[in-house]
Design a protein around this ligand. Structure first.
Ligand code: SAM
Ligand code: SF4
Length: 477
């Protein structure tokens, strides 16, 4: 079914979109499923362990499970499902802020237009190249470019910056996948950006609750809830089918937001037959001049629970966690289903080449809580038995819907994802890792190789690993 837009107002006329987020319906489902019995919660957990996608009703049952024993069972199930479905891979990326000019007044963001303390900068082409070089020198292969919303950051500007990033090759370094987090465009704009070869286009709805949305988005284009929520539909229409959704937790009740995210996934599946690639669920952080209302702040306990619920509800959608979270929380939710994290993050404009150690909030969007270097993150992942992956094979071989494949094609992970993760890890170990990490990394690869019973496949994999040691790069299945 194709979507029809009103050319001037950009209002959605397609029937399937009209009640797309129905607040009354969401509240009713949440209320109806209050105080679920232990049997009902366990029944839902069982269904998700059989790799079923959960309905809104079933998700509400898990959301309303408040008994600590049941919450633990939800977390254990998420852990089991994650291991069974995804194995031990964790994809790594870095955010790169391109410019902080912004016409909007999002009350929670340091970049908001009326924040006169914010130092405004847009990276020049040369600045951008320098940042990319520095990121490549750390070992990154996947970036997400982040932009404020401003007429200067139009589709052409975004497409040009993507091309610039791909053009930078330094020593053995190259960026193989560029994702985008930028304000929604019109269909033509999305086509322009698609041509530059982007990976995922990410736009967060921030809050699915309209009244709250209007309260926190004081002015600017972003104040238009409908324009925002229909953004990813326009992206689809513009040919981008690799999309990321998200909610900023702390603006409204997390229970409602999780249901909103799920409803958004359902919408994609119903209309386009394919869900979003990723879901992000950042928690609100301190930002320059921001006095956040604490009412809806999400506790660590609720946060870890909601990540486990998302894993069970949408087993084949990637879950992204960022450096907004402290290392301890990241380590915990990695077990429950997070599949991508950033490493060595610096969100200051030009920050990857600057020598400042302290965060300056007047040059940044918000405070980050995990300032470990990429290598520290790599080392910790490897020590905990995770295989850090910089793999970009599916995207480059046009195997879209990679998470769906991982989930649904028997043996896909073992024959593609896991070996590719090992190959990109080997590249990292050869080119960027200190001796100690290198040793730990190769020990982990050896251990993983032992799990391969198919001798012919194992030979092929070992052969490629050897080629990487000899200096070849970018080998994948
Ligand atoms: N300007 C574009 C937009 O708003 O969609 C894209 C970039 S914006 C810098 C990226 C995301 O940062 C926002 O969607 C929002 O969820 C998140 N963000 C803003 N302020 C934040 C804060 N104080 N703490 C955590 N995340 C925040
Ligand atoms: Fe601008 Fe995005 Fe920040 Fe809102 S969240 S003020 S749109 S940069």
């Amino acid at each position: 079914m194709s979507m029809i837009y009103h050319p001037q107002k950009y209002r959605i006329e397609d029937k399937s979109m009209q009640n797309f987020i129905d607040e009354e319906e969401i509240n009713e489902i949440l209320q109806k499923n209050e105080n679920p019995s232990r049997e009902r919660v366990r029944e839902v957990i069982e269904r998700s362990l059989k790799k079923n996608r959960l309905s809104l009703e079933e998700t509400a049952v898990l959301i309303n499970a408040n008994d600590p024993e049941l919450i633990q069972e939800i977390k254990n199930a998420a852990k089991e499902l994650k291991e069974r479905v995804y194995g031990k891979r964790i994809v790594l990326f870095a955010p790169l802020y391109i410019g902080n000019l912004c016409v909007n007044n999002c009350t929670y963001c340091g970049f908001r237009n009326d924040n006169k303390d914010q130092k405004r900068t847009t990276l020049t082409e040369q600045d951008l190249k320098d940042q990319v070089k520095a990121l490549e020198d750390n070992g990154h292969k996947r970036l997400i470019l982040v932009y404020g919303e401003h007429p200067k950051y139009n589709a052409k500007f975004i497409a040009d910056s993507v091309r610039t990033v791909y053009s930078v090759k330094h020593k053995n370094g190259e960026i193989r996948r560029v994702n985008i987090n930028a304000a929604p465009l019109d269909v033509e704009g999305f086509k322009t950006v698609k041509e530059a070869g982007i990976g995922t286009y990410q736009i967060f709805q921030e809050t699915y609750h309209k009244e709250t949305y209007l309260k926190v988005h004081k002015s600017g284009v972003k104040r238009d809830y409908d324009w925002r929520i229909s953004g990813l539909d326009r992206a689809m229409e513009g040919g981008i089918d690799d999309l990321g959704i998200g909610a900023l937790l702390g603006l409204y009740d997390w229970r409602f937001e999780v249901m909103g995210l799920l409803r958004h996934v359902n919408h994609f599946e119903a209309v386009y037959n394919v869900g979003p690639h990723t879901i992000s669920f950042p928690r609100l952080q301190m930002a320059s001049g921001v006095n956040a209302d604490k009412k809806w702040m999400v506790s660590d306990e609720d946060f870890t629970k909601l990540v486990a619920i998302l894993r069970l509800a949408v087993p084949y959608t990637g879950l992204i966690l960022t450096a907004r979270e402290p290392a301890a929380i990241r380590d915990e939710v990695l077990q429950y289903g997070v599949s991508q994290i950033d490493g060595g993050t610096n969100i200051e404009l030009g920050g990857y080449t600057s020598i400042e150690e302290q965060q300056d909030l007047d040059q940044e969007q918000f405070e980050i809580c995990d300032d470990r270097s990429l290598n520290e993150v790599m080392e910790e992942l490897v020590s905990n038995g995770y295989i850090p992956s910089f793999c970009t094979a599916c995207y480059r071989l046009d195997r879209t819907g990679e998470h769906f494949m991982e989930f649904s094609v028997p043996g896909f992970i073992k024959r593609f994802c896991q070996p590719n993760a090992m190959l990109t890890l080997a590249e990292y170990l050869e080119d960027y890792a200190p001796e100690e990490t290198k040793k730990k990394g190769y020990d982990l690869i050896e251990k993983e190789l032992a799990n391969y019973e198919d001798e012919r496949f194992k030979e092929k994999l070992v052969d490629r690993l050897e080629k990487i040691k000899e200096g070849q790069r970018d080998l994948y299945f």
